[in-house]
Design a protein. Structure first.
Length: 552
């Protein structure tokens, strides 16, 4: 029996129903403490489907599940051997075992590093691409996901930027790369800390989401305007002054306001401002690690006793439910194709969650369980909702669920890194003794894909003309699919008949059998060409298809 569902107002009382704009019903059901988290998630969604009168898709088959999970957790399609072994396995909990196996792999840590490098830093310019690796930023992120470090601790280290050892040295790069620009830093941190874009609040209170104030923007900026990049013998660092950094901003009425340490989550840091014309005096007594005058390359970065960065880190990572909401919404989007709040960085009053009770529960569960990212990923992948087919099901009167119902799997365009690694597997290319693939280094190949497919978590995906042209006539792709010893084109050409070639190609590239119509058309295509030319052109057609370039 379904639990009671009511429409609630902001006070918790039953809200009046307006015929012109009926409020979205709210689910009052709550999971028990002993209920498995994946079951709780599914129940929230089932109740919403019931309210919306939509039917969920059926659960996808093992081969499609294996492909989806490999792409989501380790950033590549599975090999044909991996799919075959999984499909043949008769153990009842094999999907759970596969989830756990991929989460424990080094490929998971690498894939999450690739995703969150873009989330936290955006795609690098040529100036910074090499330095992210050299300055241990990649090492830091990868290690954090490999060891499953609590997300709030990671975020704190990014803000404070004072490494305690070699493992967290790379955390400094989050601030350092932004070259002493506190506005860039604040704008990058807000989506992580609060799930918000705050750029629009630089000159005035947000024009659409009125809860985002100009004071919040400049409060975050103030947290960083005492900091400065320095180079120490142990690497890049950020020194912080104990004085200065008192600035004002002008609102639309041209009134001057002091930029206090006040943040979107309601937290405010009290700090005494100097009186007008009062000169501040810097002294070693104000520091844990004082600055050394005249040193071009100090041994250590200065650390004041009162640190604005540390104060912001406390406000962001302690008793801040928005940090958990932002992270669970982003991971949900990574796995389900869109966030519960969409777009993921606009968690404001103008972008309400499609499933508010589920988002609240997920955020609290994430916080209660120590900001455990692997646990979050594991339980989302274990849900029935994650494992649904992409094909929608019609309910009464032909009603089809909208994408934000999560009643079916949504198509997720592959990232540059997913495309690059998946194409190498699908084309059967491997590095030679000199580390080159089809005459190019792995770095060159990867950068070529990043250049054409830079987006991650797009609000709306639209393939570009350049992307279409890349798959249509790129010399790089042509080199990868040209018959070469051991690659897929050569193996397909060497097979005894065309039906075998088609079935093998579908298994390798799509992780499925061809339909009778696909088999007939592909065989007819191959019969009109030589084995080598036919295999290469069929392979190109499959790799450039939407089915290959989308996780579904």
């Amino acid at each position: 029996e379904l639990p009671v569902v009511k429409a609630l107002g902001s006070s918790g009382e039953e809200a009046p129903v307006s015929p012109a704009a009926p409020p979205k019903p709210r689910i009052t059901w709550k999971p028990s403490e002993t209920m498995a988290p994946e079951k709780a998630i599914d129940r929230f969604l089932e109740l919403a489907w019931k309210l919306d009168e939509v039917k969920p898709a059926i659960v996808t088959d093992d081969a499609a599940f294996a492909r989806r999970l490999h792409l989501d957790l380790i950033g590549r399609i599975p090999t044909a051997q991996e799919v075959a072994a999984f499909v043949k396995d008769r153990i009842r909990d094999k999907r759970t075992r596969l989830i756990n196996s991929l989460l424990a792999s080094d490929d998971y840590a690498r894939h999450m590093r690739e995703v969150f490098d873009v989330v936290l830093m955006n795609r690098p310019s040529p100036k910074w691409a090499e330095r992210r690796a050299n300055e241990k930023w990649f090492t830091y992120l990868e290690d954090a996901f490999r060891r499953n470090r609590p997300w709030n601790e990671v975020v704190r280290e990014l803000i404070v930027a004072r490494p305690q050892g070699t493992n967290d040295r790379g955390a400094v790069w989050f601030l350092y790369e932004r070259e002493n620009n506190p506005q860039f830093i604040a704008e990058a941190l807000a989506p992580v800390a609060f799930g918000l874009q705050i750029k629009c609040a630089q000159c005035h209170d947000h024009m659409v989401a009125r809860e985002i104030k100009q004071a919040h923007y400049w409060g975050m900026v103030a947290a960083f305007n005492r900091s400065k990049n320095v180079d120490t013998p142990s690497g890049p660092a950020l020194t912080e002054s104990a004085i200065g950094g008192f600035v004002s901003f002008a609102n639309l009425k041209k009134e001057s306001q002091q930029a206090h340490l006040t943040f979107f989550n309601g937290r405010k840091i009290d700090e005494a401002w100097p009186k007008e014309n009062e000169k501040e005096n810097d002294s070693p007594e104000l520091y844990v690690v004082p600055p050394v005058a005249g040193e071009k390359k100090p041994k250590l970065a200065a650390i004041p006793k009162f640190s604005r960065r540390a104060a912001l880190a406390d406000a962001v990572t302690r008793d801040n439910p928005l940090l958990a909401r932002a992270m669970v919404n982003r991971v949900w989007a990574m796995l389900f194709g869109r966030g519960i709040v969409h777009p993921v960085d606009l968690m404001d009053s103008k972008h309400p969650p499609s499933h508010p009770e589920l988002l609240d529960w997920l955020a609290k569960d994430f916080e209660r369980n120590g900001y455990d990212v692997k646990r979050l990923v594991r339980m989302l992948c274990s849900t029935r909702a994650y494992q649904l087919e992409a094909k929608p099901v019609e309910a009464k009167k032909g009603k089809i669920a909208l994408p934000d119902a999560f009643a079916r799997a949504l198509d997720k365009p592959l990232s540059a890194e997913q495309l690059f690694r998946s194409l190498l597997i699908a084309s059967g290319n491997h590095a030679d003794k000199d580390g080159r693939i089809a005459g190019r280094t792995e770095k060159e190949l990867r950068q070529a894909f990043v250049k054409q497919f830079p987006d991650l978590f797009p609000a709306e995906y639209n393939a570009t003309l350049q992307q279409a042209m890349f798959f249509s006539n790129s010399p790089l792709l042509d080199e990868l699919i040209a018959p070469r010893a051991g690659n897929v084109s050569a193996r397909l050409a060497a097979m005894p008949n065309n039906k075998t070639r088609v079935r093998e190609a579908f298994s390798l590239i799509f992780a499925r059998e061809p339909s009778p119509d696909e088999l007939r058309q592909c065989v007819g295509f191959l019969e009109a060409r030589s084995p080598e030319a036919g295999a290469k052109q069929m392979l190109w057609a499959m790799l450039s298809s939407a089915e290959f370039q989308v996780n579904h």
